[in-house]
Each structure stands twice: as C-alpha cells, then as structure tokens.
Design a binder for this molecule. Structure first.
Ligand code: ASP
Length: 340
C-alpha cells in the first residue's frame, strides 16, 4: 500500500471542539486527538500527526495567537505534506488572512476548517468539514484556504457571511478557488508551482484599529484612535466615502494622522466591490488628505495586512505601496492599477 501523505492537524478550539458546560453555554474542550478519534476516517486519507494549541473560542484570538500557529507551521513545514487547522468560525477569516501574509510562497496546503454545530451534536457539519479539509490538505493546492461546506476559499478572500447556514463562508470579489463534493475541483491558480520556497515573515504589529464610519461619528473618537494606534482602518460608505463636511468631518483627523506618520486605510462597508475614492468629492478629499484605499480587500485581509506591513515598516510611503500591492491574491490585478 502506498504511504499516506503526512498531515499535521493543529487544533485551536472553536465550536467543532465544543460541548455544553453546566451553565448551558458552549466552550471548547476537545484536543486534536479527541477530534481525530471522533472522525477516524481522516486516518484513511492521511498519516495524521497532531498538535493542540490552547483551545479557545475564536473570539478570544489575538494576533499573538496567529503568530503561534504560523510558527508551528514554519517550524514543522518540511516534516509534512499539508496542514489542517481546526478553528472557530467567528474569526477564521482573520486568522486565514494573517497566516497567508506570514506564510508566502507555499508549496503545500494550509487548510482551516471548523463547524457551525459542535461535532458531538446531532446535525453537526463538523465531520464533513473535517473530512473535506483533509481531502484538500492532501491535494496539490498550495495556499492558505478555508474549507467549509462545499467551498474551498482563498483565505484572504473569505468572509463568514452566515451565523445560521452550513455554507457559512463566501469568497468576496473573486470566484471561490475550489469546490468539494463527490470529487474535488481546485482552480489552477491555487495549485503548487515549481521553484517555490516558503517565505516566512512573522512580523505583526497589533497596534491597528478598525472602525466603521457612521452618520454621527464623533471626530474626537477617531482622533483618540489615531493617537493611540500605529495604523487605522476606516470602513467607509460605498466606494470609500466618509463624512468630510464641517466640524463633524473626519478629513482633518486623517490629515493629522498621516502628517504624524500614522497610516489611515479607507475601505468599504459594502460586502462586495472596491473603493474608488476619486469618484465622489467626499472620497477624493480624504484621499488628498493622505488616506490609503483598501481597494477590493476584505476587512479581515486589510486588518491582517496592515498589522503585517507595520511589523516591517512604519515609513508611510512604503506602508502605502505595500498596502496597494497584492501579495497573495488579496487585491484583484485590475484594481491594483486603478486605485494607485
Ligand atoms: N464562537 C465560535 C468560535 O468562533 C463559533 C464557531 O466556531 O462556529 O470559536
């Protein structure tokens, strides 16, 4: 019998590993070996090795924890053919984005999965998601991906869009890179290419704030955020518009921030589409005040990327050109040119 691919399963908690406690609320308790014991068929797909990190609800994940996962993968990269990370769904897209920036030039799959219903509960999607994650982890896919329901999604393009459905994630501004059913289809753009060598850049500056613009936002709040962080992301309206008029406008705060060397990235609250900050006066004013457009990146990818960029440089010009460059497919090529 041919040898099975060697896969490292890293368990981090999440609903997939949860059970109800005495007060009726859910908390994680199952280790990687408990999960593999509950879904033993993964051992027919792969030679499974296991590592359990502190098991948490993914709402409790901080950037330091992303670094912990990334280090496990980088340190053990050559021992395995692929990696499966079981993780809570709530912040899975943030973790996937952070890993994608830190672990570039992959020549093997790094797959995140989880479930909407705990593995031990009737109707759980955990078994199917885990099996599918191992199927993708033993494929020629060479990216950080989320496998969930029938979708295989590029990590930096994924968003949790449903707190109800089993197909909880969607690919934003890009077709999913794959689909998994009776068989598996993975787009050529995500497959292993010759000559790749892991580029591990574990640099994260967690001093980044993500705030939404809203009618009535007090500029003093934004000023405080700017004064206390190394970088700020504002999710604007539509194509990247934020209030600019009069005393309640935010343009001066953006200008003060950029003059002080604090990058302000402006994105959109819309689920789909891109910033186009030259389109309206309100966007253009902020662009002229020094804002960096987030183009068509998801908020999750924008946050992880700004932390990763600021971990390498705080020089504003360089931050701006790195934010507008697509490293792992987080910006579509047409937008890379348009918003510069
Ligand atoms: N609160 C859970 C978590 O993100 C939700 C889930 O896993 O589905 O850890």
């Amino acid at each position: 019998m041919p040898e099975l691919p060697r896969i490292l399963h890293i368990a981090t908690g999440g609903t997939i590993a949860m059970a109800k406690g005495p007060d009726g609320s859910m908390a994680p308790f199952q280790s990687a070996s408990d999960l593999v014991a509950a879904v033993p068929e993964v051992q027919d797909i792969a030679d499974v090795h296991m590592e359990t990190l502190p098991e948490i609800d993914s709402s409790n994940i901080f950037p330091e924890y992303w670094l912990q996962i990334a280090r496990v993968i980088a340190n053990r990269y050559h021992e395995f053919d692929g990696f499966v990370i079981t993780h809570g769904t709530d912040t899975m897209a943030y973790t996937a984005s952070a890993l994608a920036f830190m672990l570039q030039e992959l020549d093997k799959p790094v797959v995140l999965t989880g479930s909407q219903i705990a593995l031990g509960v009737i109707g759980s999607d955990g078994r199917r998601n885990m099996v599918n994650a191992f199927r993708v982890a033993t494929s020629d896919c060479a990216e950080v991906v989320i496998v969930f329901g029938s979708a295989v999604l590029r990590g930096v393009r994924a968003r949790k869009i449903s707190a109800f459905a089993m197909e909880a994630f969607e690919s934003i501004n890009e077709n999913p890179i794959g689909e998994i059913g009776i068989s598996m289809r993975i787009s050529r753009r995500a497959l292993r290419r010759a000559g790749r060598r892991l580029l591990f850049t574990p640099t994260l500056d967690p001093s980044v704030a993500l705030v939404a613009a809203y009618p009535g936002l007090d500029p003093a709040l934004l000023r405080h955020v700017v004064e206390t962080h190394h970088g700020v992301i504002i999710l604007g309206f539509g194509t990247g518009n934020i209030p600019t008029e009069g005393a309640r406008g935010l343009r001066d705060v953006v200008r003060q921030a950029t003059t002080a060397g604090v990058p302000v990235v402006v994105g959109t609250q819309c689920v789909l589409g891109s910033t186009n900050m030259g389109l309206y006066r309100v966007g253009k004013d902020v662009l002229e005040a020094g804002a960096i457009p987030s183009v068509d990146m998801t908020p999750e990818a924008t946050l992880a990327k700004l932390m990763w960029v600021l971990g390498q440089t705080r020089e504003l010009e360089r931050v701006s050109s790195m934010m507008l460059k697509s490293y792992v497919g987080e910006i579509a090529p047409c937008y890379e040119i348009m918003d510069r």
